[in-house]
Design a protein around this ligand. Structure first.
Ligand SMILES: Nc1ncnc2c1ncn2[C@@H]1O[C@H](COP(=O)(O)OP(=O)(O)O)[C@@H](O)[C@H]1O
Ligand SMILES: [Mg+2]
Length: 434
């Protein structure tokens, strides 16, 4: 006999029950949900059979949960065929939809999915013009309904793999969905849940970028591979069945691990683009320095200076400030009654980027693995800018001393993790180097 498992109340309406009856050639479907216990359901089943033996094999139960796993009488039944019915609205049931429980909430509960509305765009991504080709191509494919799978982005930690997904979804004005494949495994029917997930996306009318971070750590074991396979299949056919648009950005730090488990990834066209992010070249590094200097300046003017102006009457603060530091200068101007606009014009954060680049190459270049690029990753560049910023706010030291101190303190990972980086670089032959 059939056991229908349907979470969605939609399936318990007479109209749908009739449709199911026709589809499966049944005479009767007995609901075992809110109004009726399992025992009552079974009693009804037995009564019907006793009355009319022709009902044999023509009765099914429908239940929101899999009663065969909780009820031993059923789990032993060799005749039991389970049919899982997908929710009408993908992940949400009709009830959840009617209560306006957002699909985002349901998804994050069910699949541990995170929805992010990125505030950043590719303008925040130093060197984005190197990726313009791929980005444009994706947009054109989507425009004409051609399938888009997306990116596999490998590379050095801190090179901007995860950040790329975020800036790209912001650029395209989409939600970013952060997906954890292991969550699907918590279900009886993981593949059905993958389908539900895509139903949600297809019905939502929104566009998404799905980020799967550090995929090499996730893709362990056959089951998870099947789930990932289903995700790829779903995404390949997605353009044809939905107005919503979606593609993956999968990232990987450890290419040897990924290629060992998935040698096919680099070849079989599972992803449209294989990118390898390594250290920026010098001109790109300059841009990233510039981006973070601008960022710090915004911070400085939007809330640090206003706060300092408020503090300018606090004797303790004033007496502890180095008069040559940004802090000391702002206090001094504020005490003289210079207004915010004027102070803001006079005080700016900047430092000599050429000198910083020059000095860092001088002390680290020889010990680094990747010779024709800058020594730091983007995230390390952001640390340096941060450090110089804080030093300039707090101390009146000479700029070149501040720069030297920051560079000496922040050792490039390719200096400290030579072997690992060397190994990684060697694995990236099939990837386009950015
Ligand atoms: N191209 C870039 N331009 C500007 N900042 C970047 C860039 N790449 C990385 N960053 C900075 O470095 C941080 C770490 O990058 P992330 O993408 O998390 O590294 P990973 O490659 O390890 O995923 C980001 O949050 C961002 O602040
Ligand atoms: Mg990352």
């Amino acid at each position: 006999m059939y056991l229908f498992i349907a979470e969605d109340s939609y399936y318990y309406t007479p109209r749908i029950i009739n449709q199911l009856k026709k589809k499966y050639g049944l005479k009767k479907i007995i609901p075992v949900n809110a109004g009726r216990t399992l025992e009552e359901g079974i009693q009804e089943y037995l009564n019907l059979l006793a009355k009319d033996p022709s009902y044999f094999g023509k009765i099914a139960l429908i239940s929101p949960v899999d009663i065969s796993s909780t009820h031993s009488a059923y789990s032993k039944s060799a005749f039991l065929e389970k049919v899982y019915l997908r929710n009408f609205y993908g992940v949400s049931t009709v009830f959840q939809k009617s209560k306006n429980i957002s699909a985002e909430n349901i998804l994050s509960e069910k699949f541990g999915v995170k929805f992010v509305k990125p505030k950043l765009t590719l303008k925040d991504y130093g060197g984005a013009e190197r990726l313009a080709h791929e980005v444009n191509e994706i947009l054109i494919k989507e425009r004409y309904g051609l399938p888009v799978q997306g990116f596999l982005v490998a590379g050095i930690p801190g090179a901007g793999k995860s950040f790329f997904a975020e800036c790209l979804s912001g650029e395209l004005n989409r939600f970013m969905i952060e997906l954890n494949l292991a969550k699907f495994l918590e279900y009886d029917q993981p593949l059905l849940m993958v389908d539900n997930f895509f139903d949600f996306i297809a019905n939502s009318g929104d566009n998404y970028v799905i980020r799967i971070d550090e995929i090499e750590k996730m893709l362990k074991g056959e089951e998870i591979k099947n789930i990932f396979g289903r995700l790829l299949t779903q995404i390949s056919g997605f353009g044809e069945r939905s107005k919503s648009k979606v593609f993956f950005v999968a990232t990987a730090n450890n290419l040897s691990e990924l290629m060992k488990e998935h040698p096919e990834f680099a070849r079989s066209g599972r992803f449209d683009y294989l990118l390898y992010l390594t250290f920026p070249d010098e001109s790109n590094a300059r841009k990233i320095f510039g981006l973070y200097i601008d960022k710090m300046n915004k911070k400085l003017h939007s809330y640090i200076i206003p706060k300092m102006i408020k503090d300018a009457n606090n004797k303790n603060l004033i007496s502890s400030a180095d008069p040559n530091s940004i802090r000391g200068q702002v206090y001094l101007l504020a005490k003289k009654g210079v207004p915010y606009e004027e102070i803001s014009k006079r005080i700016n954060f900047s430092f000599n980027v050429d000198e910083t680049i020059h000095y860092s190459l001088m002390i680290y270049r020889d010990g680094c693995v990747v010779k024709n690029r800058y020594v730091y990753t983007p995230v390390e560049i952001s640390y340096i800018v941060n450090k110089v910023f804080i030093d300039k706010i707090l101390s009146g030291k000479k700029e070149s001393d501040i720069i030297k101190e920051a560079v000496s303190k922040i050792q490039p990972i390719q200096f400290t993790l030579k072997g690992a980086i060397d190994n990684l670089e060697g694995k990236a032959k099939d990837f386009r180097r950015i």
